[in-house]
Design a protein around this ligand. Structure first.
Ligand code: ARG
Ligand code: ZN
Length: 895
């Protein structure tokens, strides 16, 4: 399977089918921490009992980078042995008390897994396998225990001491130390354990939920950041109300805490009652955060809160079931954000944004060397499987279930799921079964075994559709053929259950009633066809002229749809479709078609977009009935990554040049419209981050970008000057950053002074400085200037490779988000990438392995990129002492 260099140890693959129940249960855990950055002492007292339903065997406890001082069984020194990282004890009674005393060194923990120090504050991250870096344990999600935690630390340095659950005791200790004792009333797996200790302040709010219970909500941050916590707190309050209203799931704790840290591998973590967040997803005020930041905070706060039920109350049996909680919880946070929208248009905007993420990140994953099913069959390092497939595709699978059983039916299914499995560690099968069992007369129930292929088969299905109109019979027949390309380890795929939301439009754009052959009545619009066969057809009657099909409305399934639309049909959909998603999609298809033609042509790209397309975009911009946010999405061209996915052989420079030419064309051809758009939308009054005014800011920001781009072509200096003024006067970060970005991306000379000023204003705001780095590292390449700039940025005093947010803002913005600058004919981008993967791997394997994914699609590249990219991967793979994380990624890339 995996090719390894001689002498290098083969990392062990963990396989789903090897699951066995634990030989022991841990009922209670009593932890005492003496917190010290250099040497933290952990006393762990557990009650264990043999699991009579297991195959038996000795007790094997996981550990990682721990110093073991003492092991006592029922108070007596016990004989034990070490097998690799495991502590093994034989000859145990059926039930006993185990005491383990260890130490660890949080200040040297640059992996940010387990217990670590960030800005003189202790934090933990235990998912998936970080708890074993704190103490020896059965570190697996199906072992659920009751936790009591005592924290002891210097009071002046660590005044705030937090852990899961309720504070039951606290007080002074000798020598300026103090303690706090926490008891979590709920049993939980070790990955949900958390502690925080340091100098923090909290925004507090008390709420009474519908059940009439009072709760204390707290958002903990560093002292200077309290003025940036209002939005996170509001988002938490909204989340609590929403879960109670939509799914009947109440907050089950007296106290719910969120704590922010600036050193974090991921977005956030749902530890029971003590969510720990990357500052990026907590801190916001109008001066420092953009509308996008506000939106992300709302959905991440929601996401972690919703895990309290879908993750904490009901958790995963093993890590192969990760999507059980992640797919479901992403679905829930998507629904939450949509339900907060004021109207259907704003909901559609959210849906389009979510689908864009799926198609630009998950579809490539599903087509590349790391392709894996929503429920994987094996892994070497579980951290590598916190992927867009587990999260976003997993959410689409849940969404399809909702489509098949209806919104109410899905709510009943959720109720049954929590009723059946509260307090348990379960599987994706259990979830799907509950949704189906609550809807026995549904298609989902009838098709459940086949539907579950979405969990077991990797790869994005392709759905080819053709339509034929019979004028004499007045019928229209749609034929669908589905297929799915092989993925690693899965050469053959069986047909999926694909719900296709369909509408038919007359050629003048009117919505047609849908009546199938043999039916007595018509549906007014949009119906769900459920595909189950490799090939299937549907005939509609009473159709007076060849219709335009609107297929996959709302993106009702995560598939690639091939339908040979004429340009005229796409223009009809773009102008008229009742479904905003397919309206947007029609515009994307038109732009993509032009891009692909121009990429294939041999001439320099000019006039890539035709008059009909430009005219349609003009109509969209002028349409008084369309929201600004929607217009901004329609006018955004498909990304370079998305375009690349449509091609068999990828020349990133060619794609970049063509897309830039298209942008210049939109800028110049619609110059008058952009001026009008800017004038009409740039004043949004007092700042609020609501979707309507955010949409206006997005569209006016886009207008500025195009106006500066057009100015670059014509030599005009008026708009760059106005943009600089806008940058200086802006009353919020969204407008300020959009203006800055317009100057930087057009390469205008004024960009330099704006960048300098931006840095000077925000030098003490780490998250804003991340934006400053990221904008430059992600800017369009002109003559290869970005790579030298990136190297220079890494020497900036504010740069630190150890801080994940900062590393991402420079290195990832260049390597993973700027294909036109990264894929250099001289291969210098790839050499830089391999150096950074190697450098990061020694510090933080999770961050390194993420960066290593940046060349996943190397085999699609045209020469000379292809060979050079492969060489860079080989160079990384050849390093001795590579982490399991990075090894797994590069070995799969080369397999
Ligand atoms: N459960 C967290 C969330 O999605 C993410 C934790 C990721 N941990 C990791 N080791 N990759 O909300
Ligand atoms: Zn999650």
């Amino acid at each position: 399977m995996l090719q390894l260099r001689d002498g290098q140890e083969q990392p062990l693959a963990i396989r789903r089918e090897d699951y066995v129940a634990p030989a022991w249960w841990i009922d209670t855990v009593d932890l005492t921490f003496d917190l010290d950055p250099a040497k933290t002492r952990v006393l762990n007292r557990m009650r264990l009992r043999r699991n009579p339903d297991s195959v038996g065997g000795p007790l094997r406890l996981d550990g990682d980078e721990l110093n073991l001082a003492r092991v006592l069984v029922d108070g007596q020194g016990a004989s034990f042995r070490m097998e690799a990282d495991q502590l093994v004890i034989d000859n145990l009674p059926d039930s006993f008390e185990l005491e383990i005393f260890t130490t660890c060194c949080p200040v040297k923990n640059t992996k940010l897994m387990g217990l670590f120090v960030s800005e003189n504050t202790f934090f933990t991250q235990c998912e998936a396998e970080g708890f074993r870096r704190i103490t020896y344990f059965l570190d697996r999600p199906d072992v659920m225990a009751s936790y009591t935690v005592t924290l002891r630390a210097d009071k002046a340095a660590y005044p705030v001491l937090l852990s899961n659950g309720n504070l039951v005791d606290s007080g002074e200790l000798p020598e300026g130390r103090h303690f706090a004792k926490w008891v979590d009333p709920f049993r939980k797996p070790s990955y949900l354990f958390a502690l925080v200790a340091g100098k923090l302040v909290a925004r507090e709010q008390r709420i009474t939920t519908r059940a009439g219970k009072e709760h204390l909500l707290q958002v903990y941050v560093r002292a200077g950041d309290l003025d940036k916590t209002e939005h996170a707190m509001n988002s938490l309050v909204h989340s609590i109300l929403w879960d109670e209203t939509r799914f009947g799931l109440p907050l089950d704790l007296d106290r719910f805490m969120i704590v922010a840290t600036s050193d974090f591998n991921m977005g956030a973590m749902e530890n029971k009652g003590l969510n720990i967040f990357n500052t990026k997803y907590v801190l916001a005020n109008q001066a420092t955060a953009t509308d996008a930041d506000y939106g992300n905070i709302e959905s991440v706060v929601g996401h972690e809160y919703f895990h309290n039920w879908s993750g904490d109350r009901v958790t995963c049996r093993d890590w192969f079931q990760l999507s059980l909680k992640e797919g479901l919880t992403v679905f829930r946070d998507q629904e939450f954000s949509m339900d907060l929208c004021a109207d259907a248009s704003a909901r559609a905007v959210k849906r389009i944004e979510d689908v864009r993420v799926l198609r630009t990140a998950q579809f490539p994953e599903d087509a590349g060397p790391m392709a894996h099913p929503v429920r994987p069959d094996s892994y070497i390092e579980i951290s590598n499987f916190y992927t867009v497939t587990i999260y976003e595709k997993g959410a689409e699978v849940v969404r399809m279930m909702q489509t098949l059983v209806g919104r109410k039916g899905f709510e009943h299914g959720m109720s049954l799921y929590f009723k059946r499995h509260d307090g348990q560690a379960v599987t994706c099968d259990d979830f799907a079964q509950a949704i189906a069992d609550a809807n026995l007369d549904s298609e989902l129930s009838r098709l459940l075994p086949q539907f579950k292929r979405w969990y077991s088969q990797a790869g994005t299905p392709r759905l080819a559709a053709t339509g034929s109109y019979d004028a004499d019979a007045r019928t229209y027949t749609l034929r669908f053929t589905q297929s799915c390309a092989p993925t690693p380890g899965q050469p053959l795929k069986l047909p999926f259950v694909i719900p296709v939301n369909l509408g038919l439009l007359a050629q003048d754009g009117r919505e047609l009633p849908l009546q199938r052959d043999g039916e007595s009545e018509a549906t007014l619009h949009t119906r769900t066809l459920v595909l189950t066969e490799a090939s299937q057809q549907f005939t509609f009657v009473g159709i007076d002229a060849e219709p335009v099909p609107s297929i996959l409305r709302g993106f009702s399934a995560p598939v690639v749809l091939d339908f040979d639309y004429t340009d005229t049909q796409l223009l009809t959909l773009l102008a008229n479709d009742l479904d905003p998603f397919n309206r947007w999609e029609a515009g994307q298809r038109l732009a993509l078609r032009s891009a692909i033609q121009a990429i294939a042509a041999s001439s320099a790209p000019t006039a890539v977009l035709d008059d009909a397309y430009i005219g349609a975009m003009r109509e969209v911009l002028r349409d008084p009935k369309l929201d600004a946010a929607f217009k901004e999405l329609v006018l955004t061209l498909p990304s370079e990554t998305y375009i690349a996915e449509q091609l068999d052989v990828v020349d990133p420079q060619r794609i970049h040049a063509v897309r830039e030419a298209m942008r210049v064309q939109l800028a110049t051809a619609l110059f008058v419209e952009w001026e009008q758009v800017y004038e009409q939308h740039h004043d949004t009054g007092a700042y609020t981050p609501d979707p309507l005014s955010a949409g206006r800011r997005a569209l006016s920001g886009m207008a500025l970008t195009f106006l500066c781009l057009a100015a670059g072509e014509s030599g005009d200096t008026v708009w760059p000057g106005k943009t600089l003024q806008r940058f200086k006067d802006a009353g919020n970060m969204t407008d300020r950053f959009n203006a800055l970005s317009a100057l930087v991306s057009s390469g205008h000379a004024l960009a330099a002074q704006a960048l300098a000023r931006f840095h000077a204003i925000f030098k003490n705001e780490a998250l804003v400085i991340d934006k400053w780095f990221s904008l430059q590292a992600g800017s369009p390449d002109r003559g290869g200037h970005v790579l030298p700039l990136v190297k220079q940025l890494m020497k900036h005093p504010d740069f630190s490779v150890k801080n994940p947010n900062r590393a991402r803002s420079v290195i990832f913005s260049y390597c993973s988000a700027n294909p036109g600058a990264f894929h250099r004919p001289d291969a210098a981008g790839y050499v830089f990438w391999s150096d950074r993967v190697i450098e990061l791997d020694a510090i933080n394997p999770q961050v390194a392995a993420r960066l290593a994914r940046g060349l996943d699609r190397w085999s699609k590249l045209a020469e000379p990129y292809r060979s050079a990219a492969r060489e860079a991967i080989v160079r990384v793979a050849a390093r001795p002492d590579l982490s399991k994380d990075t090894q797994e990624v590069v070995q799969r890339a080369l397999a």
